[in-house]
Design a protein around this ligand. Structure first.
Ligand SMILES: Cc1cc2nc3c(=O)[nH]c(=O)nc-3n(C[C@H](O)[C@H](O)[C@H](O)COP(=O)(O)OP(=O)(O)OC[C@H]3O[C@@H](n4cnc5c(N)ncnc54)[C@H](O)[C@@H]3O)c2cc1C
Length: 354
């Protein structure tokens, strides 16, 4: 039996491990923490359901991932700039809410259980040199940071709700959100510039949501983190890079979880079918990554002073999710805009490998 060694037991590493272990591979994962999801603090995440044609749950099935964790479909979403509201009611889930952390219902624990049930050996509290492993799945790399986030997770009796808040007073060039799903809640702000003022924007965000929603938060816990992006790194020497350490993020809004799980699946396929990982991953991700460079360029240059224009466009489109989907395929207009967007982004984010 062949052995594959993976560094990091986040969604990307566990997805690769689950698929390899189902196909007669011994899998060893080195996880530096004592449990999966240890640094997440129970925050809720929205896993978007518009960038692919396939529904997320169907895609999970295709990737041999069982939904043994909290994963609640949300068709309704309010976007507000705190003056105007846009209430979206979609004909299919716009996103699924999952929980991160060490709670039994979290994505991390669900994936861990699937991996352990398949015989994966997770070596908690251990690490290894990159040169000793086959797959690197260590999450964000501070060198390629493009956004920072800060939030608070809590328990609440408020009904399920998802609200996105976009204006430069609450999150400069970014956004804030309130999510409540099955008794768990989360308020967060994500910035794409002015990182040093994160605390100020976070406080404003919490004040805004607390003033407008009767949340009665219990057992609050703070969390923070950052997103890292590149459209260039999929390998480092002989090692395959998956998830955020491979740059598989969304430069527009920072949705990385779906990409992480998918890149783990693609890595396992490349090993099982003896195919070139960069080619397989590039075919799937390059159009999405390049699109997100253009999308952020457009968002910052033409939308972030007045989000109403772009929000009205999305709201008034026949099918908002289909409309959003069209911005993830590196379409003809995006290809035309790409050289300008790339030039701008290289200047705007000199640290990113683009
Ligand atoms: C505050 C915040 C909110 C977010 N919200 C959303 C959202 O709503 N929707 C969405 O789609 N995405 C969201 N994301 C992004 C998403 O969480 C990441 O893209 C995703 O977790 C990446 O998965 P990963 O497996 O690459 O890395 P991670 O989830 O970071 O897992 C990496 C694992 O590797 C381990 N590790 C790291 N270094 C080593 C080492 N040297 N040795 C051993 N182990 C190591 C870590 O302990 C960790 O367990 C958010 C991110 C943050 C920070």
């Amino acid at each position: 039996m062949k052995t594959v060694k993976i560094l990091g037991a986040g969604p990307s590493g566990l997805s690769a491990a689950i698929n390899l272990s189902q196909n007669d591979y011994n899998v060893d994962i080195f996880e530096r923490n004592l449990d999966v999801g240890s640094s997440a603090k129970g925050n809720l995440q929205g896993v978007e359901n518009w960038s692919e044609d396939l529904d997320l749950i169907e895609e999970f099935k295709k990737m041999n991932i069982k939904t043994n964790f909290h994963c609640e479909p949300f068709k309704n979403l309010r976007i507000t700039n705190s003056k105007e509201n846009w209430d979206f009611s979609c004909n299919k889930p716009a996103f699924y809410i999952i929980k991160r952390g060490t709670d039994k219902s979290s994505l991390d624990q669900g994936l861990k259980k699937q991996a352990l049930d398949n015989g994966v050996n997770i070596r908690f509290g251990e690490t290894a040199p990159i040169s000793d492993v086959d797959i690197v799945a260590t999450g964000g790399d501070p060198k390629f940071k493009f956004a920072v986030g800060k939030g608070i997770s809590f328990e609440t009796e408020h009904e399920n709700i998802a609200v996105g808040l976009v204006n430069n007073y609450h999150a400069f060039k970014g956004y804030s959100y309130l999510l409540v799903s099955n008794g768990f809640g989360c308020i967060a702000t994500v910035l794409f510039a002015g990182f040093q003022d994160l605390n100020k924007y976070f406080k404003r965000t919490v004040d805004e949501f607390q003033a407008n929603y009767d949340l009665k938060e219990k057992h609050p816990d703070k969390f923070s983190g950052y997103g890292s992006f590149s459209n260039q790194i999929m390998k480092k020497g002989d090692q395959i890079l998956i998830g955020e350490v491979g740059g598989f993020q969304d430069l527009l809004w920072g949705f990385g979880t779906r990409n992480a799980i998918k890149s783990g699946y693609i890595a396992s396929k490349s090993i099982l079918d003896c195919e070139d990982y960069c080619k397989l991953a590039g075919n799937h991700f390059k159009p999405k990554l390049n699109s997100s460079i253009v999308n952020r360029f457009i968002w910052e240059k033409f939308a972030s002073n007045n989000y109403s224009i772009i929000l009205n466009r999305i709201y008034n489109s026949e099918d908002p999710l289909k409309y959003l989907n069209s911005f993830h395929n590196f379409n003809f207009l995006q290809k035309l805009t790409y050289p300008f967007a790339l030039f701008y982004m290289k200047y705007r984010y000199p640290n990113l490998k683009l």
